[in-house]
Design a protein around this ligand. Structure first.
Ligand code: ZN
Length: 146
């Protein structure tokens, strides 16, 4: 799993999770990569790709609205990603931005959390120096054919 620092035409910086560089290029070519703040599809990878864990904990936000329409090839990856996060992260739901702030200020136990956040909330957190990762929306469950 690779996390890239991305930037849209509007100079918004955000992060994307990919299984490899080909996945990133494929999603970009297919127009599946859009800026979570403005929806711009002109997304490029920043040359200094790095995942900065400033305080030893990771925060994951899930956009409350989904404009992504992942191709079948990436659906499996996204499903795995959600499984990983759900297993290893503490679900704080809509309290995400508040809890992220509490952790950032040392008012709550430092741990990995995930939840939902609006682009405005993510933007506000970023301005406060709180690093979050956006998780692609969860694909629908597989059809169970018995
Ligand atoms: Zn943007």
């Amino acid at each position: 799993m690779i996390i890239y620092d991305l930037c849209c035409d509007g100079a918004h910086q955000f992060e994307g999770w990919f299984d490899n560089i080909d996945d990133f290029e494929q999603q970009r070519t297919d127009g599946l990569l859009t800026c979570p703040l403005c929806g711009n599809a002109e997304v490029r990878r920043l040359p200094t790709a790095s995942h900065v864990k400033t305080t030893g904990h990771e925060l994951v936000s899930r956009p409350s609205t989904n404009s992504l329409n992942p191709s079948e090839s990436s659906v499996e990856f996204v499903r795995e990603l959600h499984k990983y996060v759900e297993t290893n992260y503490d679900n704080v739901g809509v309290e995400f931005s508040e809890e992220a702030r509490r952790i950032h200020r040392g008012h709550a136990e430092e741990r990995n959390i995930y939840g939902s956040a609006t682009p405005e909330q993510v933007s506000a957190l970023r301005e406060e120096g709180i690093h979050t990762l956006s998780l692609p929306a969860k694909p629908p469950a597989k059809d169970k054919l018995n």
